[in-house]
Design a protein around this ligand. Structure first.
Ligand code: NDP
Length: 297
């Protein structure tokens, strides 16, 4: 079997086009321009690239982009003051504080200081609670993108056995909640799971969010299963360069799976597209307008 490739790059481009249409409608019908504020501390190169890409795409879909670049020595009080200022700013509909924060800052405190309505990352404890209880929430972008790809390919996910490898607050846990919400039977695996291979072999859907290059081999995959690879890992190549790979061994998994996301070009592009979608959703909710269809779940 050669797996169907779940083309996140193409899907994300379509989603961004949908976002742009909604942004244009908000402008013409209501005179509102959705705004996204991104706060970045320090000069981590990967975060710099990520924030630059976010800013570029925010502008491309017609939204306002507010960037706040602060030194990594910024005090908690100063960061909280900026968050309070953004919470109060009516031009800002979404706030994202780029993680990880420098070690002297308490991430939970900072994230929970964001107005939950503007919490487009979906990490505020209120949004975590809303998602966990099946209520309308801001849904974390990466798992939201994974769910969109899965729904697009499968239609209904009801009754499928999903194994989520990884239990982080930003990917694994919300992913499991979303799959449960779509009536999957969900198994969550992590570093202490015993006999992960046997568990994964039972899965109709495998979501790998671990951060270990190519750790899931093809002989763990049930023939025909759908594999969603969230991992982004940079490895050395024979010619002295580097390349990006996921948490699954693409070639051996693609030979067995029914469908699989590539790395790059799978889940990655969906994350930023979902961030833009969440900002439009947040803007609509903040203004008491009907929620745009197709931008959230
Ligand atoms: P975390 O490091 O926060 O979590 C990793 C999880 O993997 C933990 O729950 C850990 O278990 C589990 N784990 C570690 N080793 C094993 C193992 N040998 N077997 C089973 N489980 C294991 O990572 P994130 O969730 O933040 O990210 C995961 C990956 O996804 C990374 O590669 C990251 O770069 C990528 N990512 C990609 C995004 C995208 O847009 N495509 C967005 C966010 C992340 P335990 O809890 O027991 O320690």
């Amino acid at each position: 079997m050669t797996a169907h490739i779940l083309d996140g790059k193409a899907f994300a481009a379509k989603l961004r086009a949908q976002v742009a249409t909604h942004v244009a409608r908000l402008k013409t019908d209501h005179g509102i321009v959705p705004g996204l504020a991104v706060v970045l501390l320090g000069d981590d190169p990967a975060s710099q690239v990520y924030v630059r890409n976010k800013g570029k795409m925010t502008v491309e879909v017609g939204m306002q982009n507010f960037e706040h670049r602060l030194p990594d020595t910024t005090s908690e009080a100063d960061l909280l003051a900026l968050v309070a200022q953004l919470n109060a700013d009516p031009a800002v509909h979404g706030i994202l504080v780029q993680l990880p924060l420098p070690a002297h800052l308490n991430s939970d405190l900072v994230i929970n200081a964001i107005d939950p309505v503007k919490d487009v990352d979906g990490f505020h404890i209120s949004n975590v609670g809303l998602l966990g209880t099946g209520q309308k929430a801001m849904v974390p972008c990466t798992p939201l993108g994974c769910l969109m790809l899965l729904r697009d390919y499968h239609g209904s996910l009801a009754g499928k056995h999903a194994v989520v490898i990884g239990r982080s607050n930003i990917v694994g846990k919300p992913m499991a909640q979303l799959l449960l919400g779509d009536s999957c039977t969900v198994t969550m695996a992590h570093s202490r799971t015993v006999d992960l291979a046997t568990m994964v072999r039972q899965a109709d859907i495998v979501v790998a969010a671990v951060g270990r290059a190519q750790m899931v081999p093809g002989d763990w995959i049930k023939p025909g299963a759908t594999v969603i690879d969230v991992g982004i890992n940079r490895i050395a190549t024979d010619d002295g360069g580097t390349r990006l790979v996921g948490d699954v061994d693409f070639d051996s998994c693609a030979a067995v799976a029914g469908a699989i996301t590539p790395v790059p070009g799978g889940v990655g592009p969906m994350t930023i597209a979902c961030l833009l979608a969440n900002t439009v959703t947040a803007c609509s909710r903040a203004n008491g307008l009907a929620e745009p269809v197709g931008l959230t779940v």
